[in-house]
Design a binder for this molecule. Structure first.
Ligand SMILES: [Zn+2]
Length: 200
């Protein structure tokens, strides 16, 4: 394989879900694209870092200070769904199961990987809970050990606040990553959420 194709394949191979063979097929498929589309793709890639940054409020991917969800007037402003990373927002949005707000934690508690509460956006979440009229916090961390531990940590952390804290149901298979759940599963998980605290 020519060096240029090989270099591109190696990069595509680093993407989630793209194996070595798929990466090679994608590289060769790109060879068939017209020149101007390849240039446009290159420009899009260059803009990724420069134009997309975390939303100042929720941490979602955004081109503005506030992401389209935080700046929308058509969302349920009293609900916050806590997710591990911004890509999970896109998954939940795709399911059409939820119309509230979000908060990106930036991971989950993971003592083995040296990730503690101070490494997550918990302080920012507390500020939002204190400064706005939130009635329910839905914790949608992954249903694995670390995701569960994170959910319970948050429930404990915000105990005493006048907020219902709930956890998405286990419609998502234990140990699975929320990012790969389909719309029907996410609907079940969100609608079947259970309370983590005794409020109200
Ligand atoms: Zn936002």
């Amino acid at each position: 394989m020519p060096k240029a194709l090989q270099r591109l394949s190696e990069k595509l191979n680093r993407l989630p879900g793209i194996g070595k063979r798929t990466a090679e097929r994608l590289s060769m498929a790109l060879l068939d694209w017209p020149e101007e589309q390849l240039v446009a793709l290159g420009e899009d890639l260059q803009k990724l870092r420069r134009q997309i940054r975390p939303c100042n409020c929720c941490g979602n991917y955004s081109e503005q200070e506030l992401c389209p969800i935080c700046s929308s007037a058509n969302r349920q402003q009293n609900l916050i769904c806590v997710v591990e990373n911004a890509s999970q927002i896109a998954v939940i949005e795709g399911s059409n199961a939820y119309r509230g707000m979000y908060h990106v934690l930036g991971g989950k508690l993971s003592p083995l990987n040296g990730k503690g509460p101070a490494d997550l956006r918990i302080r920012e979440l507390r500020e939002r809970l204190q400064n706005s009229l939130i009635t329910e916090l839905i914790i949608a961390t992954s249903p694995d050990l670390e995701g569960e531990a994170t959910a319970h940590f948050l429930a404990e952390e915000f105990r005493g606040m006048p907020i219902l804290i709930s956890r998405i149901a286990s419609g998502i298979p234990a140990g699975a990553d929320l990012s790969y759940a389909d719309a029907a599963t996410l609907n079940l998980a969100l609608n079947g959420r259970r309370k983590l605290n005794e409020f109200p």
